[in-house]
Write a protein that binds this ligand. Sequence first.
Ligand code: GDG
Length: 531
Amino acid sequence: MPNTHLRADRVEADLDRLLTAAGDELVVASNRQPYRHDYGDDGEVTVDRPAGGLTAGLDEVMRRVDGTWIAWGDGEADATVVDGDDTVTVPPDDAENTYALRRLWLDEDEVEGYYYEVANQVLWPLCHAALGTVESCGDAWADYRRVNDQFADAMADAATDADGDPLVWLHDYHLALAPRHLRERTGSDTGGRGDGPVDRTGGADPTLAHTWHIPWPSWDTFRACPNREALLDGLLGNDLLVFHVPRYCENFLRSADRGLDGTAVDFDAGTVDYRGRTTTVRAAPMGVPVDRIREQADSMEAAGFRAAFRKNRGIDRDTRLAVGVDRLDYTKGIVQRLDAFERLFEERPDYRGEVTFVQVGTESRSAIPAYADYQDRVEAAVDRVNDRFATDDWRPVVYTTEMISNEGLAGLYREADLAVVSPIRDGMNLVAQEFVAAGGDDPGVLVLSDQAGAHDTLGEWAVSVRPHDTEGFAAALDDALSMSERERRRRANALADGVEDDDLDSWLVDVLGAVARVASADGGVPTRADH
Ligand code: GDG
């Protein structure tokens, strides 16, 4: 096993070097904010800390540079703590290493149009190739455009305030138009609309990098998008566009080639020339904070959670556990996973009473009918399997929608004999990596869908499944449950090495390294996509 301290020092040094190269001026833009202010029961203002690995990782980067993070202020008390520029200094507990959080305010129509309709009911299903779930967006497109305009205004303000030429790092499918809108404001857009470019940044020439966290679909799917030209035009305002795996880069390049007039695509170099600017397209598979997850899994809280979970859910100490952890999203394949367990218990009665499948399904986007419907379908499938096989002292499926603490979740991963990660389509999937990171002395088996981006990096050592192949899926579960200890350890060690080498810090280094190369127009050093 690699020496994690040495590795962490090296990553630290790389990060420092790259941040210095980026002029120490970093502007991050994302839909979700790193800190959210609300009111507690006693009416006092409370602050929520960053929950997800990415937000926490970026927060650490921001603490080390002179930066601004721009995001939608969706907390109840968000507006009461900002200054006249809608900005609050964060983190609340570290006066030495602060940065500015600039909040944007969205009215009800904008939340509906930009967030619920275009982002979550057009772009999310489109990019996951779920065309039957794409809704027509009508007026919502104007909201999406307006909110992206607001982000571009805020980014332009932050670029003006910066000392040098800042790096602007955008995240995800909520902000597809913002790069072009920002170009129009910096005057660096040679093909701008209307009367030509208007420089609102006092001559700053920011470098724009955008990490797209979900898949990019094939051209044949993307061409169904009614606003496809505008999306491509928007994203090609970036200097660097980063996807999780090379497949999505290829799909994007093909879409840019076929879907937009005036592009010149170099498939070998991974670049698109358009409107006088070159966009470099690269793959960098995102990782998880391995050291932190391992500490969480080792904690007393995790140990307590494991014992209490078995006791409270009536799971016998000797019963083997398989776990699934997902937002309740129709891309995650939970219904098909339950079908596979049903088939397993049907064909292999000897597993009855021996194995319990625990599904953690956290509520997500419930205001959208397709999501509410999905929650019902998952519950119905859980009930069906339990009605069929449960006995007085054993349940085949334990289902919970409770949000579990990070320590509790790491404990659950460690307690599990198998993790079953079987999305129908998934940009990357962090749960697969978290499970591996949490593994202890007696690590479990990873069952992984070949439709997840994570399969490109972990598939060789996981037990692969195709989510719709119920028969094959059930057989794979049997293989995983009956694997010899030697084989299980061999695979788990290889998975652990992979997840450790490609952890969250190394992703940050990869992305910032690619930015530094693009900014210096050097282009000589290969990224992982070039291998
Ligand atoms: C998108 C892309 C890409 C879930 N329940 C609990 C909990 N979680 C955490 C998991 C994990 C995260 O939520 C889910 O991450 P995924 O990557 O699995 O999926 P998406 O939310 O769809 O993420 C995906 C990702 O963006 C990053 O680029 O990998 O492909 O779809 O971290 O642990 N965490 C806690 N309690 C829960 O009950 N503490």
